[in-house]
Write a protein that binds this ligand. Structure first.
Ligand SMILES: *Cc1c(COP(=O)(O)O)cnc(C)c1O
Length: 732
C-alpha cells in the first residue's frame, strides 16, 4: 500500500488533532507492549506482527524494540493503511478490563492471601523468546506458573534475576559442533521499569559479605496481573566483576553461583521489604533461592524479637519448597569457606555458629565432610515440600529419606504437584478457534477443569485432522526457513541451501525431539541400530522423518558430541532429507515444534526426568506422545491416549537399560505408531489416530495445565502455609 492513500491534512487544526490521535494510538500500543500479557493473546501478537512482519521476525518478536522503530506519526499511518484502529483499541480495552476485573477464581478461592501475597522465587523465568532470562524447562515452568497465577488472579508476586546476556545462543559449525554466543540484551528493549518504594524512590538493595558489599537494583516486569521483580547487579558502587555478576544465567564458577543465589534469596527478600510487601507465604521454586528463608528469619528476629528457633519454626510454616532434580549431582553445594564468606554477616545477625549454619544444609548436621546443599537447606527451612510428578515424589522421598531416619519412606514429608503448561501460551490459534466453537463460551477461564475438555469428542474428526495438518505445514515451512538460514550462515554450497529449502515432506509421519542435550535424555537412542533406523526412515510406503533441537550445557562435551552425531546425519544421503536439526532451541522453536509434530518422542533413562512439560504442549495441539513411562507420562498414559516405550521398569545397568529401551522404541514405532498413522479410510483420514488425538486432548489437557497446577498449589500449599484453610498435598 502506498502513502498516497492517506488523506493529507488540510488545516493546522486538523494536524493537531491528528498529532494527538497519533500520540494516543502510540501510547496504547506502548502500554500493550509493556505488559507481557500481550504474548498469550494471539490477536495482540498478530497486531504487532502486522505492523511490520519482517522486522517483527528480525527483532525476535519484541514489540518494545519494534515500537521504538516507529514514530507516532508513522504508526498512525500504518494503522490507517491496515485498518488497525479498532484492533488496537479493542486489545487495549481488553487489557484494561483484565487488570481491573474482580470476578476471578482467586477472589473466590484465595481471597485470604489478598493483602499478603505469595512470594514466588525462581532463578529463571521463561515468558517469551524476546525476554531471554531463561535457559530451559525450569524457566518455562516458572513463566507458565506466574501466567496462570495471573489469569486465575491468585495473589502472587515473583522474584528473579535480570540477566542482561541471558543464556547463550547456539550455533553449529559445518562439522556439527556447538558454539555458544552471548548477546547483550538492550535494557531499553525489555518491558520493565525501575521498581520503586511506596513513596516513589528507586530501590537498591545491599547485601553484606565478609569480602565487601554487593548491591543490586530492582526492576519491575508486568506479567498480566503479576508483578515480577528482577534483581540486577549492574549498578554503580559494585566492583567491575560484581557488575557482571548477573550478566549470564548459570555462567561462571561456583563463587558466581553462590553470589547469584545470595542476591536472589537475600536480595529478593530485602526488595520485598523495600516495596512494603509482606508475603503470606514463600515459594522457593528449586533450591537456588533457599537463602531467602534465612533472611526472612532474620527479619522476624529483628522485628518481632523472636529467638532463632522460634523464628525458624514460624518461617518454615510459611515456606513451600519445590524440588526439581532427581539426581544427587544436580544439587548446588557450597563448601564452608564459600558459605562463611557470603553468609557470615547474616549468620552473625542470626546469632548462630558456623557449624549450626552448615548443619542446616547437611544431611548429618555434625558431619564436617558434608558441604552445604541448597536442597537440604530448603527442605529444613520449609514445612511443605513437593516434587513435580508422582513418580518424582517417590524418587525424592527415597533420595532424602536419611534426613528423616526415624521415618519409613512413605512418611517422608515430600509430596507432589505435577507440572503443567500455560494453555494460552502454547495452544496454536487455529486449534484455539476450533475449541472456541465446541467448548463452553468461558472455557478459557476454566481450563483446569476436566468437564471443559470432554467436548473434544464431539468434534468432527476430519476437521481436527485438517487443523493439525495446517499446523504441520506451518512447521515444515518454519524448519525449511531455519535450515536454509543456518546453511547460509555457515557459508555452505548452493546445493546445501537448496536441499534445506525442500527438506521434509508434510505428508510423512513427523516425529519431534527437542530437549536439553544431557546424556541421560538419550537423544541418540533411535540411532542405536542404524540399519533399523534407515529402514524406518526410508520405507517406501510408510516412511518417517525427524526434527531435532536442543542445546548442550557449554561445559558438557558428551552432550555436544550427541548434537554432533545427530546434526551430521545431514551429510549422509540416507538421512539428508529426512532428519533436521534446528539450532538454538528456545520458546519460539518450542512453540513451532510442539504445535506441528505428529509424535513427540521422549526417551530419558528412567526415572531421571522429574516431570517434563514439552509433551504437555504437544497434547494441546493434537500431537501424540511416545515416551518412556517417566515423569508426567508415567501418570498420564492410560493405554489409549498415546504410546508407551517399555513398561515402566529400569535396570541398574545403564547398558542393559539402554539396549532394552532401544528395542522397545523400535517395537513401538514399527508395531504401533507407524501402522496406526498410515491406517487410512477411503477419504484418507486416519480415523483411529484421530480418535487417539481426541483421547489425548480429552484426558490430559486439563490435568497437565498450569491452571490446574496453580490451583493445586493454592489449595494444598499456599493457603495452609499462610494460615488459611488446610488441605493436604498428594502423598503416595
Ligand atoms: C517446554 C520447554 C522446555 C521443557 O521441556 P522438557 O519436556 O522438560 O524438555 C525446555 N525448553 C523450552 C524452550 C521449552 O519450550
Amino acid at each position: 500500500m502506498s502513502q498516497a492513500q492517506i488523506e493529507p491534512s488540510k488545516s493546522t487544526s486538523a494536524n493537531n488533532v491528528s498529532a494527538i490521535s497519533a500520540q494516543s494510538l502510540y501510547e496504547k500500543c506502548w502500554a500493550l507492549a509493556q505488559n507481557i500479557w500481550w504474548s498469550w493473546h494471539p490477536e495482540v501478537n498478530n497486531l504487532f506482527r502486522d505492523l511490520d512482519p519482517i522486522r517483527w521476525r528480525q527483532l525476535d518478536h519484541n514489540p518494545v524494540a519494534l515500537l521504538r522503530e516507529f514514530t507516532p506519526e508513522r504508526l498512525e499511518m500504518r494503522a490507517g493503511e491496515l485498518v488497525l484502529y479498532s484492533r488496537i483499541n479493542q486489545a487495549y480495552r481488553r487489557l484494561k478490563e483484565y487488570l481491573a476485573s474482580t470476578d476471578t477464581w482467586g477472589a473466590t478461592h484465595a481471597g485470604v492471601l489478598g493483602a499478603m501475597p505469595v512470594a514466588y522465587f525462581s532463578a529463571e523465568f521463561g515468558l517469551h523468546e524476546s525476554v531471554p532470562i531463561y535457559s530451559g524447562g525450569l524457566g518455562v515452568l516458572s513463566g507458565d506458573h506466574i501466567k496462570s497465577a495471573s489469569d486465575l488472579a491468585a495473589p502472587l508476586v515473583a522474584i528473579g534475576l535480570f540477566y542482561d546476556q541471558g543464556y547463550f545462543k547456539q550455533h553449529l559449525d559445518k562439522d556439527g559442533w556447538q558454539h555458544e554466543e552471548y548477546f547483550d540484551t538492550k535494557v531499553k528493549n525489555v518491558p520493565m521499569e525501575p521498581a520503586v518504594t511506596p513513596d516513589g524512590k528507586p530501590i537498591t538493595v545491599t547485601i553484606q559479605t565478609r569480602s565487601g558489599n554487593l548491591k543490586a537494583k530492582v526492576w519491575l516486569m508486568r506479567v498480566g496481573r503479576v508483578h515480577l521483580y528482577l534483581l540486577d547487579c549492574d549498578v554503580e558502587g559494585n566492583s567491575p566483576e560484581d557488575r557482571e555478576l548477573t550478566a549470564r544465567l548459570y555462567g561462571g564458577d561456583i563463587r558466581t553461583r553462590i553470589r547469584q543465589e545470595l542476591v536472589l534469596g537475600v536480595g529478593g527478600v530485602r526488595a520485598l521489604d523495600a516495596l512494603n510487601i509482606t508475603p503470606g507465604a514463600y515459594h522457593l521454586n528449586e533450591g537456588h533461592s533457599a537463602f531467602a528463608a534465612l533472611e526472612v528469619i532474620r527479619g522476624r528476629m529483628e522485628n518481632d524479637g523472636l529467638s532463632f528457633d522460634d523464628a525458624l519454626r514460624e518461617v518454615a510454616q510459611r515456606t513451600v519448597f519445590t524440588t526439581h532434580t532427581p539426581v544427587p549431582a544436580g544439587h548446588d553445594r557450597f563448601d564452608g569457606a564459600m558459605v562463611e564468606e557470603h553468609l557470615g554477616p547474616l549468620r552473625d545477625q542470626l546469632g548462630i555458629s558456623f557449624e549450626q549454619l552448615m548443619g542446616l544444609g547437611r544431611v548429618e548436621p555434625q558431619n564436617e565432610h558434608e558441604t552445604l546443599c541448597m536442597t537440604v537447606l530448603a527442605l529444613k527451612l520449609s514445612r511443605r515440600a513437593n516434587a513435580v510428578s508422582s513418580l518424582h515424589g517417590h524418587v525424592s522421598r527415597r533420595m532424602w529419606a536419611h534426613l528423616w531416619p526415624w521415618r519409613v519412606e512413605e512418611e517422608i514429608p515430600i509430596g507432589h504437584i505435577t507440572n503443567g503448561v500455560h494453555v494460552q501460551s502454547w495452544l496454536a490459534l487455529q486449534m484455539q478457534q476450533l475449541y472456541d466453537r465446541i467448548f463452553p463460551a468461558n472455557w478459557m477461564e476454566q481450563m483446569g477443569e476436566p468437564d471443559v475438555w470432554k467436548g473434544i469428542h464431539s468434534i468432527d474428526p476430519g476437521e481436527l485432522w485438517e487443523t493439525h495438518h495446517t499446523l504441520k505445514n506451518l512447521l515444515v515451512t518454519f524448519v525449511r526457513r531455519r535450515l536454509s538460514r543456518q546453511c547460509r550462515r555457515r557459508g555452505e554450497s548452493d546445493e546445501m541451501i537448496e536441499a534445506a529449502r525442500t527438506i521434509l515432506d508434510p505428508g510423512v509421519l513427523t516425529i519431534g525431539f527437542a530437549r536439553r542435550f544431557a546424556t541421560y535424555k538419550r537423544a541418540d537412542l533411535i540411532l542405536s541400530d542404524l540399519d533399523r533406523f534407515v529402514e524406518l526412515i526410508n520405507d517406501t510406503n510408510r516412511p518417517i522423518q525427524f526434527i531435532f533441537a536442543g542445546k548442550a550445557h557449554p561445559a558438557d562435551d558428551p552432550g555436544k558430541r550427541l548434537i554432533e552425531k545427530i546434526a551430521n546425519l545431514r551429510h549422509d544421503e540416507r538421512f539428508a532429507s529426512k532428519v533436521a536439526f534446528i539450532e538454538d532451541y528456545d520458546i519460539n522453536v518450542g512453540r513451532h515444534l510442539t504445535q506441528g509434530v505428529d509424535v513427540w518422542l521422549n526417551n530419558p533413562r528412567r526415572p531421571l526426568e522429574a516431570s517434563g512439560t514439552s509433551g504437555q504442549k504437544v497434547v494441546l495441539n493434537g500431537g501424540l506422545n511416545c515416551s518412556v513411562l517417566d515423569g508426567w507420562w508415567a501418570e498420564a498414559f492410560d493405554g489409549s491416549n498415546g504410546f508407551a516405550i517399555g513398561r515402566g521398569t529400569s535396570h541398574v545397568s545403564d547398558e542393559i537399560n539402554d539396549g532394552r529401551d532401544a528395542d522397545e522404541l523400535y517395537r513401538v514405532l514399527e508395531q504401533e505408531v507407524i501402522p496406526l498413522f498410515y491406517d487410512r479410510d477411503l477419504d484418507g483420514l486416519p480415523r483411529r489416530w484421530v480418535e487417539m488425538m481426541m483421547n489425548s486432548i480429552g484426558s490430559l489437557a486439563w490435568r497437565f495445565s498450569a491452571h490446574r497446577m496453580v490451583m493445586d498449589y493454592v489449595k494444598t500449599a499456599y493457603l495452609p502455609a499462610a494460615g488459611g484453610s488446610s488441605c493436604s498435598m498428594n502423598f503416595p
